[in-house]
Ligand binder design. Structure first.
Ligand SMILES: Cc1cc2nc3c(=O)[nH]c(=O)nc-3n(C[C@H](O)[C@H](O)[C@H](O)COP(=O)(O)OP(=O)(O)OC[C@H]3O[C@@H](n4cnc5c(N)ncnc54)[C@H](O)[C@@H]3O)c2cc1C
Length: 325
């Protein structure tokens, strides 16, 4: 793959998606890379079904719907998405920068905007699920419809596990939650909701085995519990919601100033390295507040300043979008 763009955005969370819209608004071509297979960052991975109440203009918006709107808003400028790809190496290249992705592909960009949030998410593994990822086991649920009519086993005891249980309950044939401790970490109110819906909650229990049918598809899950006989549950899907670890990983070696897993920026969102900017959760400065709303503002600031850096004749103030036909 050979790709050359004005701006490479590293991270397709809310900040990166809004930056993609904004780059198009400023006449820049852009690509967005994300190691996750879906856009939306933390919102998609951790709380797509939760309502968000503090995004300007939306008294309440479901995470999934906010991401959909951001993708739609950016789509008018046709960003190139490189999803399921990790940005690994940053080096000087000709009139700009080269970013090498996992697998060796290189994207050439005149500027790079790092919107990597809390870093690359790595789901905590379900030992019994080894080899089942993509064959019936998932770590998060991009589309509820895919589980319509299925027997689903959700593994975990935190908020995310219960969010999936509540979201899947109306569409799935059955939902069972398996948690290896007696007590849940999730908020009391969502645990109560699940109990009231009659969801089967197996505690002090572990998923010991996933079984396939003659065609190789997931069909059953074996659950072992303390002082009890193993239970065999029908299952066409397992959601392993055991949480994520997050790590800036390769970005730590990009020659940026990193403090407490965040990149130091100035008031233009520029980092210590020329033509490299950062915005959103990953960007740090005194008084920083990590919110979606903050990321949107920082994305606009970063892209407007990038536009001027790439074309010193350009105005920093972009004009009002409401004046654009
Ligand atoms: C449970 C929960 C509830 C929340 N509720 C709210 C709320 O109500 N209101 C609010 O404002 N905020 C809320 N937040 C915080 C909000 O989600 C974050 O502030 C927001 O997601 C930050 O967006 P971002 O785009 O900067 O980063 P992220 O959403 O973290 O996205 C960064 C993306 O970069 C990708 N990435 C990282 N490194 C690489 C790499 N090397 N190569 C490729 N891709 C990479 C990651 O895979 C990720 O998709 C909540 C967070 C959580 C966990």
């Amino acid at each position: 793959m050979e790709l050359s763009v004005d701006l490479l955005i590293v991270g397709a969370g809310p900040t990166g998606l809004f930056a993609a819209y904004y780059a198009g608004f400023r006449g820049l071509s852009m690509a967005v890379v994300d190691s996750l297979p879906e856009a939306g960052g933390q919102v998609t991975a951790m709380y797509p079904e939760k309502m968000i109440y503090d995004v300007g203009g939306f008294p309440a918006v479901r995470g999934r719907d906010l991401v959909k709107g951001l993708v739609e808003q950016a789509a008018q400028w046709q960003p190139t998405y490189l999803l399921g790809r990790k940005a690994e190496v940053l080096r000087e290249g000709g009139d700009g920068l080269d970013v090498e992705l996992d697998g060796g592909d290189v994207v050439h960009a005149k500027a790079v905007l790092v919107t990597a949030g809390i870093g690359e998410f790595t789901p905590r593994p379900l030992p019994a699920g080894d080899g089942w990822l993509g064959r019936g086991m998932v770590h998060f649920v991009p589309s509820l419809d895919a589980h319509a009519g299925q027997d689903v086993v959700v593994v975990g005891g935190g908020d995310s596990a219960f969010d999936w249980v509540l979201a899947l309950h109306p569409v799935a044939e059955s939902v069972t939650l398996v948690h290896r401790r007696a007590k849940f970490r999730a908020a009391e109110s969502i645990v109560r909701q699940a109990r009231e819906l009659g969801v089967r909650l197996l505690t002090d229990a572990e998923v010991a085995e996933l079984r396939e049918d003659a065609s190789g598809a997931l069909c059953e899950v074996v659950v072992t519990a303390k002082d009890a006989e193993p239970v065999v549950l029908p299952a066409q899907a397992v959601v392993a919601a055991l949480g994520f670890t997050a790590d800036l990983g390769p970005i730590e070696n990009w020659g940026l100033q990193i403090d407490h897993r965040a990149i130091s920026v100035d008031s233009t969102m520029a980092t210590a390295r020329p033509r490299v900017y950062a915005a959103g959760d990953v960007a740090a400065y005194p008084g920083k507040v990590k919110l979606i709303a903050t990321g949107f503002g920082e994305a606009a600031t970063a892209v407007n300043n990038i536009a001027v850096e790439l074309d010193p004749q350009a105005h920093l103030f972009p004009g009002h979008s409401s004046n654009v036909e």
